[in-house]
Design a protein around this ligand. Structure first.
Ligand code: IMP
Ligand code: MG
Length: 248
């Protein structure tokens, strides 16, 4: 139950008016199950149940915008190496095509494939689902595949599995190209937000319902360059929404 308490506590500080906190109070039973799964998975992943320790300080340059670090660069590096080992075992001896979704995967992808000793080819699909805000919108394709994946083993890489809309649109598109099989790999999984019936085969970290940035993930195209995964201060969202309203 400690983790549930933590959900409620951090929820009150998170962007979006403490949605996780209210969620925790309203859905104690189901969240208890989710929290248990999340903490077990987090521990299995080598991250503590609290992810970054309380004394993991946000670097001074980012302190005004980033409220706290959820997953440190060391935790990410360790987990990415573990994921690469699993993938390498499952794809050994196969003609593999790695398909990464732009733009959020760039750091994760670079770290993942440098740990893969497989004869792979790499291609990208451009998919956009978020505008300026933090709420998911319709999925748009901005770049199509170039490589032929027919009869190949495909590893589809995305940064985060949230509502599941993106993967549930992308997967049938690739399936129509007749690959031998498709496995999906995401760095982060926000299980509590799922709307579509889709799961990833390889998951780095299951995280609670926070809008996170860093390590490739953005808010309004910013913060992709942070080496850690962090949670933004609410005032950053408010300022962005205000400036859009002023321009209208
Ligand atoms: P889904 O379609 O709702 O599953 O969302 C997947 C896409 O939304 C990801 O590929 C991300 O680009 C974006 N996304 C979802 N949650 C976050 C977040 O917390 N921070 C940044 N981007 C996110
Ligand atoms: Mg994305």
């Amino acid at each position: 139950m400690a983790i549930l308490h933590w959900f409620a506590q951090v929820g009150t500080q998170q962007p979006g008016g403490g949605r996780a906190g209210m969620f925790a109070t309203r859905h104690k039973k189901s969240l208890g199950k989710c929290a248990k799964r999340f903490s077990i998975r987090a521990m299995r992943n080598g991250a503590s149940a609290h992810f970054a320790r309380a004394n993991t300080l946000v670097p001074p340059r980012w302190r005004k915008e980033v409220e706290r670090i959820l997953i440190t660069d060391r935790q990410i590096a360790r987990r990415v190496r573990q994921m690469a080992c699993e993938i390498q075992r499952d794809f050994a001896g196969r003609e593999t095509v790695v398909i990464a979704l732009l733009n959020g995967t760039m750091m994760f992808l670079a770290d993942l494939i440098r740990n893969l000793s497989l004869p792979l080819r790499l291609d990208f699909m451009g998919v956009s689902s978020y505008g300026l805000g933090t709420e998911a919108r319709e999925v748009m394709f901005t770049k199509e595949l170039r490589l032929d994946v027919r009869g190949r083993d495909v590893l589809l890489v995305d940064d985060i599995l949230d509502t599941g809309r993106t993967l549930s649109r992308v997967l049938p598109k690739i399936q129509a190209l007749k690959p031998r099989r498709i496995k999906t790999c995401v760095l982060l999984d926000k299980v509590a937000r799922r709307e579509e019936d889709v799961e990833a085969d390889y998951v780095g970290f299951e995280i609670p319902d926070f809008f996170v940035v860093g390590y490739g993930l953005d808010f309004a195209e910013r913060y992709r360059n942070l080496p850690f995964v962090g949670v933004l201060h609410p005032h950053v969202y408010k300022a962005a929404i205000k400036s859009v309203n002023c321009k209208r």
